[in-house]
Structure formats: C-alpha cells, structure tokens
Design a protein around this ligand. Sequence first.
Ligand code: URP
Ligand code: ZN
Ligand code: ZN
Ligand code: ZN
Length: 461
Amino acid sequence: MRTLIKGGTVLSPTGGVLADVLVQDEQVAAVTAPGVFDTADTVLDATGKYVLPGGIDAHTHMEMPFGGTFSADTFETGTTAAAWGGTTTIIDFAVQAKGTSLVSTLDKWHEKADGNCAVDYGFHMIVSDVNDATLKEMETCIDSGVTSFKMFMAYPGVFYSTDGEILRAMQKARETGSTIMMHAENGIAIDELVAQALASGKGEPVQHGLTRPSALEGEATSRAITLAQVTGAPLYIVHLSAAEALSAVAEARDSGQHVFAETCPQYLYLSIDDLAKPGFEGAKYVASPPLREKRHQADLWRGLRTNDLSVVSTDHCPFCFKDQKELGRGDFSKIPNGMPGVEHRMDLLHQGVVAGEISLGRWVEACSTTPARMFGLYPRKGVIAPGSDADIVIYDPAARQTLSAETHHMNVDYSAYEGFEITGKVETVLSRGKVVVSPSGFSGGTGHGRFLSREKCQYLN
Ligand code: URP
Ligand code: ZN
Ligand code: ZN
Ligand code: ZN
C-alpha cells in the first residue's frame, strides 16, 4: 500500500523544502524532489500546504484520578481529539498511588489505554511513594519502555515528595540514565497561603492564582536544579509558567547541566485575567502552575526561541465545567486542577509563527522533533525521513478557523480558547501510514494506536 504526498513544503527543524513524500505501508519510504514519483495507491495533493511530522504531546492526562474525580477524556476520546489537531503521539502519565507499586500501576495504565487509542502512545511514571521497592522498580519500568519519572514538589499529602525522596529518586535516575520530570512549585508554602485565603473567606477561583505566586515556582525550580546537580541526574521541568523559573533553567543550561524544560500553550496565550473572570467562570482556567500575569508571556516566547524551553506540551487534563469544576464552588482548593488542550497545540503554536515569535522550523522542533528525542522516540517519530513512522500532517497555513467547544472533539463542555481566531488548519493526518483525519472527517479507529516502548533521553551526549 503506497501513498504519495505531492507538491507540499516538507518541514523539519531546519525549515521547509518543496518535496514529495512516499509512504509504503506504515513508514516513510522516500522523500524526493518534486515529481520523481507520480503514481501510488493514494495520491494526496499538498500544493500550498505544509507537510510536517505528526505532533508529539509529551504531557497528557487521560482519565486521570484527581481530587475525587477523573479527567474527562478517556484514552479513546483524548487520542481522537489529538489526531484531529495533528498530534499523532501522546505520552501520558501512569500515576502511582501511595502504597502501591510502580509495576502494578503500569499494568493498570496499560489496561486503560491498550486497544483504546487512536494514535500511538507512551507512558511516563508518576512516582509518589519513594521507598526501596519503588526505586528498584524504576529499573523494571525502564525495561518496559517507561524511561521518565515525574515527581511533585507540590500537592503535599497527595503526590508530594520531600527533597530527600527526590534526591534518592534522582540518584536512581543518574544510575540508570533515566530522566526526572519535575512539577516545581513549593507546595508546603502554597498550602499555607491557601489555608490563609480560605480562613479569611476568599474562596473564588482567582485565589488559586494568588496563592501560588510565581516566586514559589522559581524557588522550587532552583531547588530541583540544585538536587539534580548534586546527584548528576538529567532533569526536565514540566509546565514551566514563570519568568523566575525560566531564569533558573537558563542559568543551569548555560553552566552545562542537563536541564530541560517545557511550557504549554495556556501559559503563552492565557493569563490570571482569565482566572479572575466574574462568577465561577475562572474555574475553567484552574490548573497548576496557575495562569500568570501577562508579563511572563514575552519571556516564555523568548525561551522558546533560545531553546531554554525546548518542548511545548499541553498538560491536557480536562474537567467539565458543569459537574467537575463545580466541586470547588466556594472553595477554590477543591476545583480539580487542569485544562483541556490536546487538540489545539499545533494550531496555537502556529499562531506564534504567524506573529513572528518563532520560526516554522522551531514550531516543528518544539512540537515534534525535540519531544521525540527528549523521550527516546527518535527517529521513529519526530521527523519525515526514510524508515520513520509515517505520522504526517498536511497543514493548510492559509485556512481560518475559530476555536470553540461547539466544534472541538475533546470530551469536555468548554474550550479554554473559546472564540480564538486561528490562521491555519490541519487538513489531513496520517498515523503510521493510515489516513485518520481528512477533509471528509475522522477515518481512524480506536485500537489503531500502539504502545511505544521508549529509549532513554537522546540529548545525554
Ligand atoms: O493542573 C494540572 N496541571 N493538572 C494536571 C496534573 C499536573 O500537575 O500536571
Ligand atoms: Zn504537574
Ligand atoms: Zn542560555
Ligand atoms: Zn500534568
């Protein structure tokens, strides 16, 4: 089965070239000068369009248990929405509950995901119970293709780890060449501020932002970097939102430390003004770290250009406004943390290209190529080259669309980007050679997506 994508501009981190792409079964067979091949079983005309490697969203939470409920997208609905938005790989998080093992956690997440995904998927492991057995099990996880471990300096009593526990896990990461991913917010200090706000009768959503000041993200980021330096572990800061945290990452990188960071579209486009919307509307924007003052956004765009921010992921963790965000009406600390976004990352970052904030090459690099290398999927994913999986997006840079909950495919009753006018639109998506999205609709199927056993980080020399 051969598919020929003709006439498009093929994108990579170095920019675009006019080229044709020949797909044989599940893989890219050739990238040629235009016109070298002219027949195939299927010919897709990409004239005037971009042809880019499928997006890789390295940070999603499908059906994640949180605050007494579950994030609203299942692996089926969430990966289908991802496909619609040009994302052909997700890396989701298996969540170790305290008192349980990493291996049983991984089994559980395979049960949820296997056979239910529309696109390929991998897992990171959230470590919330550090002990001798857990540390030993990190090796089993790595052998099972889970080579990155997320830890939390926030959420005391739930996912939180002490500095000592983090140090021990980092020692294990150093020993095994695996990566520690850090949710860097000072949760101990934050919990005091939250208790004080609630005690003085301040329960509205904006308090979520006011009680999690950016300095406490900066402090935790610096502390995580110091622990990584002491142990020699590679460190990846997740969902970086604050200028102070970015400065700490930039300084560590300039000193040669293996420190990496991602940001998310919500921190580039939304702000604490959204959290402060009247009534309970702000609950739609409650996620941690919180949306920041607008002044942080220019720093984040700069970080994307300088590579101090190497990856854009979504932290997709949707909770419905009507019945889930509602759990925290009157007490912001009970609003489930997280926002929907897996469907819109490619489009939103393309606006950065349109606005001149980042180059076309940087768009592809931050949304596909770097996440592939960061999490051990390259060159199978993240590039259009002979032998790579044919995960390919045909993107129309001139199309116009308006984002809305009315038209999105995520299983959540609101859009954080309602009414956003977007230049550019996904036209066709191939996942391992199969057309899963086209102008005539979704033609994929749950069960098409396969589990990706990952190598270690490919930036460690
Ligand atoms: O608010 C968020 N980000 N929810 C998802 C869990 C996490 O911390 O990434
Ligand atoms: Zn987090
Ligand atoms: Zn630098
Ligand atoms: Zn997350």
